[in-house]
Design a binder for this molecule. Structure first.
Ligand code: ITT
Length: 190
């Protein structure tokens, strides 16, 4: 059956705009529910997403998606990773820059796990973007850690890019292309 509508549950407007952009032209309209859901303390984004999907299932009729993402900094042993939301609220971008002061290795990656419930079944789509943490915050677009993340092979932070440019190379863009492929292969998209 063709998928006409997909519900996205997120409190994050920036994610919503990126997801709308990535799925433009597919004929699927995104209905956003702006609400929180319990995020368990776990070692992996997958566990957080799996728990979230099960929690939300009884409340959301029809197919829906959630997105859990994090910034993993190599020199900090992967921190903030699954604690990205907490780290952003508390120490923010300036705090990450302070933690990296004097460190030669500024490599980091963004990861996204997109979880979908479709016809009662759970599906996971992953994406990763390697890059490094800039010396200073730059740019006004995007959200979260975007002003301090420069993707590999580029000289601009995500916050200096348009939504479309970011989607072309980002962790979330990759997970969304995998979601789109799934929908095409399962005949839910034309
Ligand atoms: P939800 O309601 O969808 O959970 P959230 O903002 O809490 O929204 P996450 O838990 O996935 O989303 O994100 C953890 C933190 O990482 C949060 O502070 C985000 O701003 C940040 N983040 C996630 N994706 C990002 C991206 O693509 N660019 C920059 N920061 C990002």
């Amino acid at each position: 059956m063709k998928l006409a509508e997909l519900t996205l549950i997120t409190t994050n407007e920036g994610k919503y705009l990126e997801i709308i952009d990535a799925l433009e032209g597919t004929g699927v309209s995104i209905r956003r529910i702006d609400r929180e859901y319990p995020e368990i303390q776990a070692d992996t984004l997958e566990s957080v997403v799996g728990f979230g999907l099960n929690y939300l299932k009884p409340f959301v009729p029809g197919p829906f998606i959630i997105d859990d993402s994090g910034l993993f900094v190599d020199a900090l042993g992967g921190f903030p990773g699954v604690y990205s939301s907490y780290a952003f609220r508390t120490i923010g971008n300036e705090g990450i820059l302070t933690l990296l002061k004097g460190k030669g290795n500024r490599r980091a990656s963004f990861r996204t796990v997109l979880g979908m419930v479709h016809e009662g079944k759970e599906h996971f789509f992953r994406g990763e973007c390697r890059g490094y943490i800039s010396e200073l915050p730059k740019g006004v677009n995007g959200f979260g850690f975007d002003p301090i993340f420069v993707p590999e092979g580029r000289e601009m932070t995500f916050a200096e890019m348009s939504v479309q440019m970011k989607n072309d190379i980002s962790h979330r863009g990759m997970a969304l292309r995998r979601l789109k492929n799934f929908l095409v292969n399962h005949g839910t998209l034309s």
